[in-house]
Design a protein around this ligand. Structure first.
Ligand SMILES: [Mn+2]
Length: 384
């Protein structure tokens, strides 16, 4: 008798009832996909055929144009973020639900520079993503009108660069569009929050994922990337009691920042706290503190909050941070309640390996957006 007929047949050919498999997220996700329309995808294909000309006679797939005008192939095309349309006329940004914007700024770094290339690094590897997320059952292309407004012009002067960033972020948000900001070093947290604060009536909470507190007044006589939350929390509607810092710890937390943090009574959770409490309890605390009496929350994700082994492409790597899936779970949990804007900072492509740091940074933005869609926390919806 052949081996495949004799071994383990009593076990394999059984009549037992299967467990309930419909509770698996894989099962639910497969059901969810069926309900997502393909309207915008079809529009993109039709537009591609019109503008890029129908494919050569030997091409049997009728959706393939001669000149690439859409998502496919992932390895080619003109890279805006997620290949969304480049919005040259920023006066029209209010026509979109979401605007990706770069803040290529790295003169606030205190060790390795290179985050001025962060936006381009993120845009480049964002071409690897499809707009659809399996577990969340969301297709961003079908749910959101998105554009890439390009980069804010940041001259090599901290004050002027910060002023430009404030004006750019405030323009996007005051147009009714969600800014998704690609840094840039972490000094941009201050001008970004300042821009948000101009547009929001009432208090703003800040949820900050990082290894570093970033709460000192100055570093080497300037407002560097170690300083954003000292200054942001001096904005009248951004009180420090609504600042939550998640994942802090290690050997790169300057004592000057710690002293100020204690005096202003922000909330700090270490990686150990988060591991002990678990993701759900951590989120409960973070959301309670940030949202207390607030009308909006700003989300700041420093890529160096993730363990240095996963994010070589950053300026101040610190071992012992989050696993990528922990960071993503936190971001999704924060997004469930809605955000006014998000920044992803400290991606420094010159030190990256195979784009893995930028890849995670992009995923952080994508997961946040898809969660906002899933929980209906984002502005307008597309007309079909
Ligand atoms: Mn940091």
């Amino acid at each position: 008798m052949p081996f495949h007929q004799s071994h383990g047949s009593d076990y394999r050919e059984h009549n037992r009832d299967l467990p309930d498999l419909s509770a698996l997220s894989g099962w639910i996700a497969q059901d969810a996909e069926e309900k997502i329309p393909e309207t915008q995808y079809r529009k993109e294909v039709e537009r591609g055929l019109e503008l890029g000309l129908p494919g050569a006679d030997s091409i049997t797939d009728p959706d393939i144009p001669v000149f690439q005008r859409g998502e496919l192939p992932h390895w080619s095309g003109i890279n805006t973020f997620l290949k969304t349309p480049y919005l040259e006329d920023v006066r029209q940004v209010g026509d979109y639900d979401v605007a990706f914007v770069g803040a290529p700024f790295d003169i606030g770094t205190t060790y390795r520079s290179g985050t001025r290339f962060g936006p381009q690094g993120m845009r480049r590897i964002s071409s690897l993503y499809t707009p659809y997320n399996f577990e969340l059952g969301v297709d961003l292309r079908e749910s959101l009108k998105m554009c890439d407004v390009g980069d804010i012009f940041c001259p090599s002067n901290i004050t002027k660069g910060h002023d430009q960033i404030t004006k750019g972020v405030a323009h996007i948000l005051s147009s009714g569009t969600l800014p998704m900001i690609m840094g840039g070093d972490h000094s941009i947290g201050y001008p970004c929050v300042r821009g948000v604060a101009e547009c929001i009536e009432g208090k703003i909470g800040i949820i900050h994922l990082d290894r570093h507190v970033d709460t000192q007044e100055k570093d080497m006589d300037e407002i560097m990337h170690t300083c954003p939350w000292f200054h942001a929390t001096n904005i009248p509607n951004c009180p420090p009691t609504n600042l939550v810092q998640l994942g802090i710890g290690g050997w790169q937390v300057p004592r000057a920042g710690v002293k100020h943090g204690k005096s202003m009574r922000s909330t700090v959770l270490t990686i150990d706290d988060i591991e002990t409490l678990g993701i759900d309890k951590t989120l409960e605390i973070a959301l309670e503190v940030a949202w207390k009496g607030a009308s909006a929350v700003y989300l700041s994700f420093d890529i160096d909050s993730v363990d240095a082994g996963f994010v070589p492409g950053t300026g101040w790597p610190e071992p012992g941070g989050y696993l990528p899936r922990e960071a993503l779970a936190l971001l999704r949990g924060i997004a469930k309640e809605g955000i006014a804007a998000m920044e992803v900072v400290e991606v420094a492509p010159p030190y990256d390996i195979s784009d893995i740091t930028a890849l995670l940074a992009v995923r952080a933005m994508m997961d946040t957006l898809a969660t906002l869609v899933k929980y209906d926390r984002i502005g307008g919806k597309l007309e079909s």
